[in-house]
Design a protein around this ligand. Sequence first.
Ligand code: G4P
Length: 524
Amino acid sequence: MSQLELELARRRTFAIISHPDAGKTTLTEKLLWFGGAIQVAGEVRARKASRHATSDWMELEKQRGISVTSSVMQFPYRECMINLLDTPGHEDFSEDTYRTLTAVDSAVMVIDSVNGVEAQTIKLLNVCRLRDTPILTFINKLDREGRPPIELLDEIESVLDIQCAPMTWPISMGKRFRGVYHLYDDIVYFFDPQAEKGTSEIIEGLDNPRLDELIPDQAEELRMEVELVRGASHAFDQEAYLAGRQTPVYFGSAVNNFGVQSLLDAVVELSPAPQPRATETRLVQPAEAKFTGFVFKIQANMDPKHRDRIAFVRVCSGKFERGIKLRQRSTGKTLAVNNAITFMAQDRNTTDEAWPGDILGIPNHGTVLLGDAFSEGEDLKFTGIPCFAPEHFRRAQIRNPLKMKQLQKGLQQLAEEGATQLFKPIHSNDLILGAVGTLQFDVVAHRLEFEYGVDVMFEPYPVATARWLRGDDLAIRALADKSGVNVALDGAGDHVYLAPNRVNLAMTQERHPEVKFLETREIH
Ligand code: G4P
């Protein structure tokens, strides 16, 4: 095997998805801790705490800085190199999350055993489904009195429409929670919140007499339940998991470190190595010798005055070496990449090499765009990086008209970064901003002020939702003639319908059957 094949076979690149408060931050931290990437638990949660006060601009600044360093966490575990991609917890930044999910090969879904499947879980799972991303499930907070495990599995199956294959089974929950039984390894892990790694003892076999010694009043109940579960649930099926049709389920308590190691082992043993990526012209295989990668996220750097940005590149094929000459798709220019960074644990290091599945941070001054691609010469456009129809709209009003140019430039650049979407109605000179969550407007206002020196006000704008228009030129022109006040161009020059309300949208769609109204579009 070549070094490339070896390195790529040991890569695991995944993200954690969950509804806020299910325990994503806690689990992330524990995974890092079990992976030996951090010494003291508490660091990640401390950083999260500072993300909360988002109204204060200092906090916004901090938050941006923090999310650069913690957006990708790389650490070795067993024979593997793990890349854990962070997704913003706040749902106002969910677009960022959606795009990050295009850069992973699998995901871990965290479910709160008390709350079950929640709204944000459903949304995120639907995004994973766009690419049939394989999903491992971690049912968290078993130390609390949650819902019966069977009921939780049923809910996942019916609401999320994915088969569940329990891999471990909990021994009761809440006050009576004693541990989990691994259905395939035939091992019982005993839970002890006081033990250093959450586990007090590990025994082999359900018929082990030690089981009766340790949990005399629960052993028989466990044996019966396991028999029932084996009979009534789906057996693990590797192929169905890899196709995104089945999710292996693990139980635990992240805050108590319990069940986390089994989950990390599952990432190594079950989840896929880097997968091929689709482009407009062909499928790129990770083992191809030549380097390719695409940009799934752009993040402003710590120092806003310098307008530095970091483009996050998912390596799709080949080997990255410091100084490699890469062609950037959007400019067609070739550049020598000397200053790319990787993300070992929390520190950013200038990297010498990277392999498929790894994430590189490429510093730039705004020349690299979302959805951009890098290659050793070939013109490749990776597909599937989505842009979502915004649900909140504002009109940008400038206090000092002399700063109009800066405002336009700033908004254009922030739109390219994915911080907001920009729409220009064809019949007016308005600048309309669209966002998936309103907090995005605060960030944009703040950044316009500090990075572009523009003092801007945002006024409500009477639009309920946007749809990208697809159809032949004549059809779109006909629509623009009739409903021009509602038609705009987005930052990329695409026609968009800005609907004042749902009824209007439905009527316009009915009147123009030859035009498609899309809720998402691919980034150019
Ligand atoms: P998130 O990133 O998904 O939003 O969740 P986060 O990890 O911040 O966890 C949300 C809350 O759930 C935290 O409590 C956390 O301590 C708690 N939690 C996480 N895992 C478990 C678990 O296994 N059992 C129990 N009982 N709780 C868990 P908090 O009150 O918001 O914060 P803190 O007081 O613990 O700092």
